[in-house]
Design a protein around this ligand. Structure first.
Ligand SMILES: *Cc1c(COP(=O)(O)O)cnc(C)c1O
Length: 228
């Protein structure tokens, strides 16, 4: 197996172990391979090792990789996970399958309007700012439900869930505490009758805490592709 194949397997083992510790089934947590800064050949190697879902932070870089891997387009799922400016929504709506970083209605409306006819609805998560940092992207938790209602009503989007990027925390307990804030918002929106199935939470350094808090999709870069 390639090195990427070995690293993918180790990440899957971590997910399985973290799920087992919570009495969860490993099939409840999807693995998104974050390929930002790595070239199309790294994505191809991960594909050959069985990985199908890939996350990109930077729109232009993602578009170039999607183009370079056009021969695999039908078999890959491309997720946009980085901050999204309104002047970049059109190519994202046309080329990605998922967007995790919707944090205001204007962006969601543009993505819905610009989703090409003939493609399935764009799958979206709302990014929630669970740290309260004023300069971080993400909708404040207290505004998430209203945004979820508005986004769920847009015709060419399917609202799937929430995404959060907690600040690095020193240990498992602290990581889990902040992850649970995202989980609480997720539960609140579901309790209001909006059917979410995705909690996009957890990176290479806090995967176990995120799974413990209820993540259903971990976004892993470094542990698969190496240091950036
Ligand atoms: C880079 C990035 C990741 C992956 O982080 P690693 O620590 O390399 O696993 C996950 N989510 C987002 C939003 C990122 O920008």
């Amino acid at each position: 197996m390639t090195m990427i194949g070995d690293d993918l397997q180790q990440v899957k083992n971590r997910i399985a172990k973290a799920c087992a510790a919570e009495g969860r089934s490993a099939s409840e947590v999807r693995l998104l391979a974050v390929s930002k800064t790595f070239g199309p050949e790294a994505v191809r190697a991960a594909f050959e090792a069985g990985q199908r879902a890939f996350g990109e932070n930077y729109v232009q870089e993602g578009l170039e990789k999607i183009e370079a891997l056009a021969d695999l387009r039908d078999q890959l799922e491309w997720h946009c996970i980085g901050p999204l400016q309104s002047n970049k929504t059109r190519p994202v709506a046309a080329n990605f399958d998922w967007v995790h970083s919707v944090d205001r209605l204007k962006i969601a409306e543009r993505l819905s309007d610009q989703r090409p006819a003939g493609l399935p609805p764009l799958q979206v998560c709302l990014q929630v700012n669970v740290d309260g940092g004023a300069n971080k992207s993400g909708v404040p938790p207290e505004e998430a439900l209203a945004l979820a209602r508005a986004v769920a009503a847009l015709p060419h989007l399917t609202l799937r869930g929430l995404m959060a990027i907690p600040e690095p925390a020193p240990d498992f307990a602290a990581q889990r505490e902040v992850c649970l804030r995202a989980r609480a918002v997720f539960d609140q929106i579901r309790a209001a009758g909006i059917a979410l199935d995705t909690l996009s939470l957890g990176m290479s350094g806090d995967l176990e805490a995120a799974v413990s808090a209820g993540s259903t999709m971990v976004r892993i870069g470094t542990a698969i592709f190496g240091a950036r």
